[in-house]
Design a protein around this ligand. Structure first.
Ligand code: SF4
Ligand code: SF4
Length: 188
């Protein structure tokens, strides 16, 4: 799957303890709103007007008041990060493996993009008991920055946000809130 993105998730571990996320309910909301949010993202991307950035920041902050990644972990369960070779080398060394051993055991190169991805989901490093990343200090940059809400190249990411609405509650909350904020501003 090359919606290859990942996990800022655990970086928000220490915010607060919240109730488990109802992924089914999030998925339903995402499918309900997908059409209008996707159309909105396409429209602002075409326009590429950076004056929307303060609203993007606001929407991102809002999302993290609603979602605690430690209660979710859906990205680690259902998607693959994109690995850089240096990241593979570093973690392989940490685990006492060669690059090739690590690669053959867990990774493959996605043909259409050339991205290095996990062979399967959930991620091999997701601790089944705690639901947390067992190699947190060595996780790929892609994991550390997922769901990539705070990006300078926001307009290059909007397709990804639309694709992840039903997979990532934080993405859904941020994009839905952005939609609501932008709609409210427009109607003033
Ligand atoms: S899917 Fe989204 S909300 Fe869930 S853990 Fe990953 S980044 Fe956090
Ligand atoms: S390396 Fe860690 S953070 Fe990244 S997908 Fe695997 S379990 Fe999740």
């Amino acid at each position: 799957m090359v919606v290859a993105v990942r996990y800022e998730g655990l970086a928000f571990t220490f915010f607060y303890m919240s109730t488990p996320i109802n992924l089914k309910s999030y998925r339903q909301k995402a499918y309900r709103d997908k059409k209008k949010i996707s159309a909105f993202l396409t429209k602002i991307t075409k326009k590429a007007d950076k004056s929307i950035y303060p609203l993007v920041r606001q929407a991102e902050k809002y999302a993290w008041t609603k979602v605690d990644c430690t209660q979710c972990g859906n990205c680690c369960k259902t998607m693959t990060p994109t690995w850089k070779k240096a990241e593979v080398k570093k973690l392989a060394t940490h685990l006492g493996m060669t690059y090739q051993e690590f690669f053959d055991k867990w990774l493959y190169v996605e043909e259409s993009t050339g991205d290095i991805c996990n062979q399967s989901t959930p991620c091999q490093f997701l601790d089944g008991q705690s639901g947390l990343c067992s190699v947190y200090e060595y996780r790929p940059h892609d994991c550390a920055k997922f769901p990539h809400l705070h990006r300078k190249d926001f307009f290059d990411q909007t397709e990804l946000y639309a694709a992840n609405l039903h997979r990532c509650p934080a993405t859904y909350e941020a994009m839905k809130h952005l939609y609501d904020l932008a709609t409210a501003v427009k109607s003033k």
